[in-house]
Design a protein around this ligand. Structure first.
Ligand code: NAD
Length: 488
């Protein structure tokens, strides 16, 4: 295993099978958000570091693309074994650098391992299609080929799962990869690459370049990078999509979210509250599938009362404490933005029924904020429209399901939405009309698993092919058609 918390070491890039120091000497601290303790320093690499990594990946591609597909898949089986063996260790590292609760981090590691399971099926997934006799004595065949070097750019909130959405499948399909992890949670990537090399990945197949904007731009502009897989906030996703597409690259850019949960009058209140609480406040609301807006249908003050009661009871603290659900916000700079949203909510006339700033003032260490609830939010308010990405929940009141669905339609985002009800007719109407790509029926976090595409809509996604599932295979391969005549 690589360096963790050793005299706040400067992390290294991984290029052509070697740990190498970045050319630039500029670094950023990587603090534990629960304590402020600096765990490591991350180098802010430059375009020159990117060029070295892309050149290594391009060279490795020449041989890797010809390695038989089942042989490539066998490395994934070994990788799966190593990740499973290190499950707890990886989860603890996620808690350290991201701050989320251990149980959630453990689940994140599991979600990542499932991506490797899926990618190990590449010999089947990469199969082409054939049709004999498409015309007299003529057959058609389709084969899939890798693209070349792929660039992956990932966010802070899932340092394990999101990189594993990308590189195992890309590499199993015969591509080589350069990963730019989030500079706020960069340590786990070192573990992932170390274990991948132990699994038998040849040098240059997976490379890491740490850093920020310059590394991203270096990947977007490099002519040898054939596709970009990005996950992060909306403005950056749009920027990445436009800049990479202008360079002729294939792009999938997963973006921000504002996920609505509709609570119907017949919903089981205790169960609905329990799902909303863990969806809205787990990982301090820093999940792209977090519930950030609840649409309360009908005059359901009882739901609001129980929700507030449960929010009052939440234990705040370190993710290593089993009792804790509400963990820290990633950085103080982000918390400052969140506090401005709370001010704006008040100025725009929403009713603050639970103010998490109280707990923030009580806890001196780390970057915490207590659970916060605004009631009587309207779709026009800033707090209803923007992704806040924090433990701040908006309650919107609707007369009926039609009005609730209209609120979802009005949102620029369309990652996920959930309904709580026992009414089959309402479920069907919700399934047909909710304007979002991942729906939950009595499910608090309807995030899809590796076998299906992660399917955000509207401004929650830029591109055509989503990550994971068959979309992932299509994204990481290009097709070649052969038409053969046999009466020659
Ligand atoms: P972010 O956009 O700040 O950073 C994501 C990546 O982009 C990082 O690697 C970062 O270094 C890079 N980056 C940031 N600003 C840049 C710039 N100006 N130019 C070039 N590169 C830049 O996102 P984050 O705060 O790390 O992650 C949280 C966001 O990600 C939320 O909006 C969340 O909804 C979203 N997210 C979406 C999904 C999804 O599936 N749709 C999944 C996870 C996270």
């Amino acid at each position: 295993m690589t360096v963790i918390n050793k005299d706040t070491a400067v992390l290294k890039n991984y290029i052509n099978g070697e740990w190498v120091a970045a050319i630039s000497t500029e670094t950023l601290d990587v603090p534990n958000p629960a304590t402020g303790e600096v765990l490591a320093n991350v180098p802010i690499s430059t375009k020159e570091d990117v060029d070295q990594a892309v050149s290594a990946a391009n060279e490795a591609f020449k041989t890797w693309k010809n390695v038989p597909v089942p042989k490539r898949a066998r490395i994934l089986y070994k990788y799966h074994y190593l990740l499973t063996e290190n499950h707890e260790k990886l989860a603890k590292l996620v808690v350290q650098e991201n701050g989320k609760a251990y149980k959630e981090a453990y689940g994140e590691v599991q979600r990542g391992i499932e991506c490797v399971e899926f990618a190990a099926g590449t010999p089947t997934l990469m199969m082409g299609e054939t049709l004999s006799n498409i015309a007299e004595n003529i057959d058609s065949e389709m084969f899939r080929y890798p693209l070349g070097v792929i660039g992956g750019i990932t966010p802070f909130n899932f340092p394990m799962m999101v990189p594993l959405w990308m590189f195992p499948l890309a590499i199993a399909c015969g591509n080589t990869f350069v990963l730019k992890p989030s500079e706020r949670t960069p340590m786990l990537a070192s573990e992932l690459v170390e274990l991948f090399s132990q699994a038998g990945a040849p040098k240059g197949v997976l490379n890491i370049v740490h850093g920020a904007h310059d590394v991203v731009n270096g990947l977007l502009d490099h002519e040898d990078v054939k596709a970009i897989s990005f996950v992060g906030s909306q403005p950056v996703a749009k920027y990445v999509y436009e800049r990479a597409a202008a360079k002729g690259k294939r792009v999938q850019a997963l973006s921000g979210a504002k996920n609505h949960h509709i609570v119907m009058p017949d919903a089981d209140i205790d169960k609905a509250v329990s799902h909303v609480i863990s969806s809205a406040y787990g990982s301090a609301g820093q999940r792209c599938m977090a519930c950030s807006a609840v649409v309360v249908v009908g005059d359901n003050d009882k739901f609001v009362k129980v929700l507030k009661q449960k929010a009052d009871e939440l234990i705040i603290g370190s993710g290593l404490d089993d009792e804790v659900l509400l963990t820290p916000i990633i950085r103080d700079s982000h918390r400052v933005k969140v506090l401005n949203y709370i001010k704006t909510g008040l100025e725009e006339g929403a009713s603050l029924i639970r103010d998490g700033r109280k707990e923030m003032d009580e806890i001196q260490e780390g970057t915490f904020l207590g659970s916060t609830i605004f009631d009587y939010v309207t779709p026009e308010m800033t707090i209803a429209k923007d992704e806040i990405f924090a433990p701040v929940l908006s309650l919107l009141r609707a007369n009926d399901l039609d009005e609730g669905l209209e609120f979802i339609r009005k949102s620029r985002y369309g990652n996920g939405a959930t309904i709580y009800t026992k009414d089959a007719k309402a479920v069907r109407q919700f399934r047909e009309e909710a304007d979002a790509g991942m729906l939950g029926i009595n499910v608090g976090v309807p995030a899809t698993m590796a076998f299906f595409p992660f399917s955000g809509w509207k401004d929650s996604f830029y591109g055509d092919l989503h990550v994971n599932g068959k979309d992932g295979v299509n994204f990481f391969t290009r097709k070649k058609m052969i038409t053969s005549r046999f009466d020659y």
